[in-house]
Structure formats: C-alpha cells, structure tokens
Design a protein around this ligand. Structure first.
Ligand SMILES: NC(=O)c1ccc[n+]([C@@H]2O[C@H](COP(=O)([O-])OP(=O)(O)OC[C@H]3O[C@@H](n4cnc5c(N)ncnc54)[C@H](O)[C@@H]3O)[C@@H](O)[C@H]2O)c1
Length: 279
C-alpha cells in the first residue's frame, strides 16, 4: 500500500511520519521547495515532540518516508492520496479559503492512473469533499477513484501521541469500499471498534468543525462566567471546578484565561458560522 500526502505542514508531516511508523510507504509532497529539500536532509520544519526521532528513523533506517515537490512523481502507483494543505480564513468574508484544496484536486485528477482513494484530511466546510470529487470526475473514470473525508484531530504539542492514540477516527464516505480501505490504514493502532466512527462525507466534515467550535464555545463561555465572578466576588477556579465535576460537562476547556486562539479554533469557528449561513 503506497500513500501520498499532499501538503507537508503540521498535519501532513505528522500524518506521514505516523503512517510510516504504522508500516506504510509514504511520500510527502509540498510546493515549498526549501521545506522539501530540508526534510530530505532530515531537517524538521516544526518543533513537535517525537517528530525528529520518527523522521530520522523512517528517512534513514526504514526508508518508508520520502519527500518531493512533484504530485505527479509521488502519485506513480499510489493507492491513497491525502490532501493536507492549509484552509486559512479568506479575509474578505471569513470563509475558508479552499484555493489550495482545489488546485491540488486538479493536479491529483491529472495523475490518477489506477484505482485510488482521495482523502480530505484538511479541515473543510461541508460539500468540499464532493467538490473535490466533481473535479476528479471530470478527468477520471468513475470506477478509478473514490473520495473520503477523514478529518484530523491532533493538537500541536502532542501531535504524534494524538495521531497514534486518537479518541476517535472519523471516516466519511458514500460507499463501503473506500471506508474499509481507510479504516484498514489505522488497523495497527489497535483501537477498539467503537473508536471508529463511520459516517457520510458531509457528517464527517461537520463533525470536525462542530467539535472545534464546541471547544471554543466552552472557553468563551467560562470567560463570560469569569467576568460575572469578578463582579460578584465569586472565585472562578472554584466555579469551573464545581462545574467540571459534572461528567456531562467535563473539566477540560473550562479554565478561564485569555480567549481561545491557536492556528485552528479562530479560523474554524469563522468558517463554520459562514458555511452555516450559506446553507
Ligand atoms: N495544525 C493543527 O494543529 C491542525 C490540526 C487538525 C487539523 N488541521 C487542519 O489541517 C490542514 C492543514 O493544516 P496545517 O496546520 O498542517 O497547515 P500548514 O500551513 O502547516 O501546512 C500546509 C502545507 O501545505 C502546503 N501547500 C499549500 N498549497 C499546496 C499545494 N498546492 N501543493 C502542495 N503543497 C501545498 C504548504 O506549503 C504547507 O507546507 C488545515 O485544514 C487545518 O485546519 C490542523
């Protein structure tokens, strides 16, 4: 089984290294030639516990991972292609900018020669994976490909661990064959059967946005409660601890502090609101 990962950023590199660790031959592609040249020399572009070790192991010892700037070269005899390019906020309207996703879909379409599963791992608004399908359909025979949504839930700082021990693996597809192929990729993680959540493409896409938006809501909510605590002389730490002891609520993401931030929450909340408004 040969895997291609297009977009060797945080998610692409971590996924590529973890799939190598699971025993798959993996080729990571990026349009950033400097990044690819450095990775070929074993120089890692991100700081993340465990990444350097996996890079050294799979680049030099097992040789299961390799790097290129060419989708065409990477896709020779490939079985599965993951799209892991960025989906930043489009400044003019706060929507997700899907330019890179669509560019990559066009290039993938030009290079499919035998049956291949094309997977969106990037965080994308509902409907995007089927737009990718339409692009590929215009150039590739129906029986030669399937599309799958398999969003990534890793967190920066514990990315390898999150990938190797996920709470759940969400797989969205509209037929059994690609669902089974992608599920089998994660077989060596030895997850319990109920860690896999198999669903439709649109549901899978929304699960990712709704999850991040819900976590951001918890943070925003406790900060509002903190404001009230300050006004009435209550102790916010006690309040959040008292709330978090309720198993239905849970203690995580319930600490008052600066508002939510990071590379994903702000952009995903904006994109989720906008995709909801458009429907
Ligand atoms: N960073 C996280 O913690 C995290 C977690 C879960 C999901 N995600 C999602 O995963 C996706 C990727 O995020 P990231 O943080 O890895 O982004 P990133 O910016 O670190 O990496 C994206 C990479 O894609 C490359 N790229 C862009 N267009 C390309 C093209 N046409 N061809 C080849 N390469 C191209 C860029 O050069 C870059 O290296 C986003 O949708 C993000 O929301 C991110």
């Amino acid at each position: 089984m040969k895997l291609v990962i297009v977009g060797t950023g945080y998610v692409g590199l971590v996924s590529g290294l973890c799939f190598s660790e699971l025993g798959f031959e993996t080729i990571c592609v990026d349009r950033d030639a400097t990044r690819i040249n450095e990775l070929k020399k074993g120089i890692c572009p991100i700081f993340e516990p465990g990444v350097n070790e996996l890079l050294e192991k799979h680049l030099n010892n097992t040789k299961l991972i390799s790097f290129t700037t060419s989708i065409k070269e990477a896709m020779k005899n490939s079985d599965i292609v993951f799209i892991t390019v960025g989906t930043p906020t489009r400044r003019i309207n706060n929507e997700a900018d899907l330019t890179s996703i669509m560019e990559v879909a066009e290039e993938i379409a030009e290079n499919i020669n035998s049956y291949c599963v094309v997977v969106t791992k990037s965080t994308v608004p509902p409907g995007t994976t089927n737009d990718v399908k339409d692009i590929i359909k215009s150039k590739v025979l129906y029986e030669n490909f399937d599309v799958v949504s398999n969003p990534e839930f890793l967190k920066e700082g514990s990315a390898i661990n999150d990938f190797m021990q996920p709470d759940r693996v969400v797989i969205g597809a509209d037929s059994e064959k690609p669902k089974t192929i992608i599920k089998n990729l994660y077989k060596n993680l030895n997850l319990k059967e109920n860690s896999f959540f198999l669903t439709t493409i649109e549901s899978s896409e929304i699960i990712k946005y709704a999850s991040n938006s819900f976590l951001a809501t918890k943070i925003a909510f406790i900060n509002q409660v903190s404001d009230l605590c300050e006004k009435v002389g209550a102790n916010i730490q006690d309040v959040s601890r008292g709330m978090g002891l309720d198993k239905r609520i849970g203690a995580k993401f319930l600490e008052a502090g600066p508002g939510y931030g990071g590379s994903c929450f702000p952009k995903d909340v904006k994109a989720f609101i906008n995709s909801a408004k458009k429907k």
